[in-house]
Design a protein around this ligand. Structure first.
Ligand code: GAP
Length: 462
């Protein structure tokens, strides 16, 4: 496989560059910007929405639709508080918080460097550490008091555990099988300085894969490989990717083993996705608190067993930032100009094909529009005739459009168009009649290679 053990090279885009491109091109805006924004909240613009949709669709197809052992659900965001009591979130979902005695800003104690305030630089000037619960709460119904307090879910995972029995009995799935969900989660994060890497409202894609206890570590290894393959298939550069096992001290209260898929961000290695072995913790907790039996009847042994769970969990927003940063390139052209491009895989790029008439000329318009009509049912496409063709190529490069179709005056004579490739800038001429097939061929050729399962070497967690 592409070697994920080779030394990491830094991303070529720093966070500032990314924030600026994301805004300039309509991927991500600061939320409520006209009112001065709102801490750690972002709105997604037209291109961001398309890209997020692609990420979600690719995950869902890979995790649910292409498998026969995973089904999906969508659970409520505002959940019965008993769920969070049972899961341990009300007691233990905390971060250590300190306040700077000089500038009164609050920080996560475990993220301070040299015990120095990242805001004012004061050293060793903090309050005592206290545990700060990250759950965001609201009130349900017309009375606002403690009795009506409810929580916005901090993870989608619990929806799968509390519906285990419903899903198992309605689908008659036999072990091993998984339940997947995509949806918003909410955390009152203390540190939120890294754009959409860590926000208070974010979207998770989680799979709870239930299996026999004796097979669970094998499944944990299986999912580590599968998830790495998925990122390589999205085109993430192998040298920016690594798998790191948690140390015993790092493990969450529910976890028997966890591996993080990490990315080499400009600020260092950071978690993209966690792949946790949750054992039987959650089903047992919910069974105990609800008084309902959450077991699986094993017809081979005629026994009720509590399945163990392997959980790959990731955020859509974090994948989007990762893909954009990883794809960012600056190239110096022969004429000395700098070309900025996002080398996004066609499957994740917000626009797959842009149709560009050479100029906004009345003679070109009908033919160019007819070609766009022809392409729209097949590709995510855009029609752009504003400004010079050079500027439009640059715009498409910067948003990661893999292919452009240019319509020029010759097109009116020879019924052919030019396909221009983003990465090589090569141009080829193809007849309009076969343009869909020609584009599809190029998209297929640009698809990143996915290594076979055997070729992904990992350390076993068993
Ligand atoms: N159910 C397990 C769970 O939620 P987690 O490591 O806390 O585990 C899983 O979260 C993933 O969700 C992370 O790896 C990250 O991709 C994403 N995520 C978590 N908190 C986030 C936040 N505040 N902003 C954006 N993404 C977040």
């Amino acid at each position: 496989m592409a070697d994920i053990t080779e030394p990491a090279s830094e991303m070529t885009a720093d966070l500032e560059t990314m924030v600026s491109l994301a805004k300039r091109r309509g991927f991500v805006f600061q939320s409520a910007e006209i009112y001065g924004g709102f801490a750690a909240a972002y709105d997604y613009g037209p291109l961001g929405v398309e890209m997020r949709r692609n990420i979600r669709d690719l995950w869902w197809r890979n995790t649910v639709q292409e498998r026969d052992d995973v089904v999906g659900i969508e659970a409520a965001i505002i959940t019965n508080p008993d769920v969070w009591r049972a899961s341990g979130h009300l007691d233990t979902f905390t971060d250590p918080l300190v306040e700077c005695l000089e500038c009164q800003t609050r920080h996560r104690a475990d993220q301070l460097e040299d015990n120095t305030c990242p805001n004012c630089g004061a050293r060793d000037r903090f309050t005592e550490e206290r545990e700060f619960n990250l759950m965001l709460s609201t009130h349900v119904g017309p009375v606002v008091d403690e009795s009506t307090r409810a929580y916005l879910r901090p993870e989608t995972a619990q929806g799968m555990f509390v519906n285990f029995e419903n899903v198992q009995t309605t689908t008659r799935k036999r072990l091993p099988f998984g339940i997947a969900q995509i949806g918003k989660s909410f955390r009152n994060e203390i540190t939120t300085k890294q754009f959409i890497f860590r926000t208070r409202e974010f979207e998770q894609m989680e799979l709870e894969f239930f299996c026999r206890p004796e097979d669970s570590f094998e499944w944990h290894d299986y999912w580590k490989r599968e998830r790495l393959r998925w990122y390589l298939g999205l085109g993430v550069r192998p040298q920016h990717l690594r798998l790191r096992d948690h140390t015993a001290e790092e493990l969450s209260h529910y976890s028997k083993a966890t591996a993080d898929i990490e990315i080499h961000y400009p600020w260092g290695w950071g978690e993209l996705e966690g792949i946790a072995h949750r054992g039987d913790y959650d089903l047992k907790q919910h069974s105990e608190h609800s008084g309902k039996r959450l077991t699986y009847f094993d017809t081979e042994t005629n026994e009720h067993i509590v399945p163990h769970v392997v959980e790959p969990a990731v955020g859509v927003d974090r994948i989007m930032l990762t893909l954009m940063m990883d794809a960012y390139r600056e190239e110096t052209l022969d004429n000395g100009e700098t070309r900025v491009l996002l080398k996004l895989a066609p499957a994740v790029a917000p626009v797959t094909v842009a149709v560009l008439p050479l100029s906004r000329n009345d003679k070109l318009q009908p033919t160019a529009r007819a070609i766009w009509d022809r392409l729209r049912p097949h590709f995510r496409s855009q029609y752009d005739d504003a400004q010079s063709i050079g500027r439009r190529y640059r715009r498409q490069d910067e948003i990661g459009t893999p292919l452009c179709v240019t319509v020029d005056f010759e097109t009116l004579e020879d019924e052919a168009v030019t396909i221009r490739e983003r990465d090589s800038m090569e141009q080829i001429r193809v007849p309009i009649e076969g343009v869909v097939e020609a584009l599809q061929e190029r998209i297929d050729a640009l698809r990143p290679d996915v290594p076979s399962r055997e070729d992904v070497v990992i350390e076993s967690s068993s």
